[in-house]
Design a protein around this ligand. Structure first.
Ligand SMILES: Nc1ncnc2c1ncn2[C@@H]1O[C@H](COP(=O)(O)OP(=O)(O)O)[C@@H](O)[C@H]1O
Ligand SMILES: [Mg+2]
Length: 522
């Protein structure tokens, strides 16, 4: 039998405080799509960065076609026929596709590398070659288009062409679907199959179980830096011999509920009302473009959309973090359009922020202080301006228990907790006071399946206790399984509000409809 196209043996890599890769063995056969599945922090990107020459392993070997190689840097990886499409694209927007590809400038991990054939730029030759490659693999790339005009899905295909242009035989795709609509993801899967059928080998990284069964030839699961074995000792599986439930359990280390059965909510009075809201982004461009909606007591209004369509600015405006240019926001009838974050909090709104490390927590403070961040100055945690250390500790101990926050103690610094436990800290704090409105922005992004399950339950529980919940999420599954109604955002506008009756029936059809709406096709 031919040796694997790529094999790693005993790869180990430690960062301060964490072993990111712990004796990883893994083999990529020629012509296969090998899914590397694992939760956030499992060590997938680290392993790929080692294979691509961005990191040097502490221990272990890399073999290409059975021969051991040293991969000192990305240029060496490319010379060995390895191409990588990074989680964040590395293209230069004002240049054309062809210019981007022949220039071959890559900035990775803050370092800039020139990977093209410098000295002599044959633009016409490049244009021809790119067209050929595009044709051969069904990539639909126009080499003369400007990158800035291309939608995200096409930019990703440019990255693939770039790797092929440099004669990559092995392609590493690191969570490529994170930025795609479901339809774009399906198109990518078709391209991946066209690539492997013509002899390319692909490592496809994801944490989404549904995608595994759509594309995988074989699957390897990573958890805590290690390859996970099934009880029968197998570490690499074919789709036919496993299931979503089994893979989820391998990813998490225990059984998990994959989909939650959520009973419909009982909407009552309007809590949050937004009228013709306009908000600018950091570059002073219109990010929220005349948005209107209401959220009622006892319902979850989901906002679906691909990242970067104004969701972030919308949330910031509603929580007092960003000024509105025009329009009106009312909370329980009070105008909060120009209120400060603290005023909005005191009126009974809670916020689970998208960037928990920036807005939700003070990482250099202990867990117990983070659990009272918005209340430390009032009773029962302070009296006449003096904080009550005992009350703060007792509060923390109770919340740590109730919300299952995994921490050595309430005095541990928040920054030492995992992402899932940091998020639970925010949820615990925000839910431990009476709230009328909850704004949850990407509440489970980057969390393990176990924490996701927990937070979903908490959201539904809150709703059933009469809180109005606004859920903003780029995860279509999350929005679909939790929402009573769904607003789809595209280019700063709500292009459709789907009511309960639009969301009952054939799930596949609903998904497809939502996917099209997310792409701006109404
Ligand atoms: N450059 C780095 N410095 C320190 N720690 C890192 C670095 N890169 C990754 N890690 C840590 O290594 C672990 C694995 O991360 P990563 O490989 O990015 O996981 P994945 O891609 O599976 O989400 C995490 O705990 C992460 O915090
Ligand atoms: Mg990663």
């Amino acid at each position: 039998m031919a040796p694997p196209a790529l094999q790693v043996i005993g790869i180990t890599k430690a960062f301060p405080g964490v072993v990111a890769n712990d004796h990883i063995d893994f083999a990529l056969q020629r012509g296969e799509i090998h899914v590397l599945l694992g939760e956030n922090g499992a060590g997938k990107t680290t392993l790929m960065n080692i294979i691509y020459g961005l990191y040097k392993q502490d221990k272990g070997q890399i073999l290409l076609n059975g021969h051991e190689v040293e991969i000192e840097n990305p240029s060496a990886a490319i010379a060995h026929g390895i191409g990588m499409v990074h989680q964040h694209f590395m293209l230069v927007p004002p240049l054309t596709v062809a210019e981007n590809i022949i220039l071959g400038v890559e900035t990775v991990l803050g370092r800039t590398a020139f990977l093209g054939r410098l000295g002599f730029l044959d633009l016409n030759g490049a244009v021809r070659r790119i067209s050929e490659l595009s044709e051969q693999y069904g990539l639909q790339i126009d080499p003369r288009a400007y990158v800035r005009d291309l939608p995200v899905g096409s930019q990703q295909r440019v990255e693939i062409v770039k790797a092929l242009y440099r004669e990559a035989d092995i392609l590493i795709l690191d969570e490529p679907t994170a930025v795609l609509t479901p339809q774009e993801a399906d198109e990518l899967f078709t391209i991946m199959r066209s690539l492997t059928s013509q002899g390319k080998s692909i490592i496809f990284i994801t944490h989404k179980l549904k995608e595994v069964f759509a594309v995988a030839d074989r699957i390897t699961v990573l958890r805590n830096g290690r390859v996970v074995a099934r009880p029968d000792g197998k570490t690499t599986l074919e789709p036919a011999e496993t299931s979503e439930a089994e893979l989820a359990a391998m990813m998490v280390g225990r059984d998990v509920a994959l989909t939650m059965q959520v009973e419909p909510g009982q909407p009552q009075d309007v809590v949050l009302s937004v009228r013709n809201l306009r908000v600018l982004d950091d570059r002073h461009l219109v990010a929220v473009d005349g948005v209107s909606f209401e959220v009622r007591q006892g319902e979850i209004l989901g906002v679906a959309g691909v990242h970067g369509n104004g969701q972030r600015e919308l949330v910031e405006a509603l929580t007092g973090l960003r000024p509105a240019v025009s329009g009106q926001v009312t909370l329980l009838g009070r105008d909060i359009t120009r209120a400060s974050p603290r005023e909005i909090t005191e009126l009974g709104a809670a916020h689970i922020p998208e960037d928990r490390q920036k807005h939700g927590l003070v990482l250099s403070y202990p867990v117990k202080d983070n659990l009272v961040l918005n209340r430390y100055y009032r009773e029962p945690f302070a009296r006449r301006g003096v904080m009550d250390a005992d009350a703060i500790t007792k509060n923390a101990q109770a919340l740590v228990q109730r919300f299952d926050i995994r921490t050595p103690s309430v005095d541990t610094l928040e920054g030492n907790l995992s992402g899932g436990n940091q998020q639970k800290t925010i949820v615990a704090r925000e839910f431990s006071r009476p709230i009328q409105l909850l704004i949850a922005a990407q509440p489970t992004r980057g969390l393990d399946v176990g924490s996701i399950e927990f937070i979903h339950r908490q959201l539904v529980q809150r709703r059933d206790q009469g809180t109005a919940v606004l859920l903003i999420s780029a995860e279509l599954d999350e929005v679909l399984s939790l929402s009573d109604r769904i607003a789809v955002m595209f280019k700063g506008q709500i292009i459709r509000l789907l009511e309960r009756e639009d969301l009952t029936g054939d799930e596949q059809a609903i998904r497809e409809r939502l996917g099209l709406l997310m792409a701006g096709i109404a």
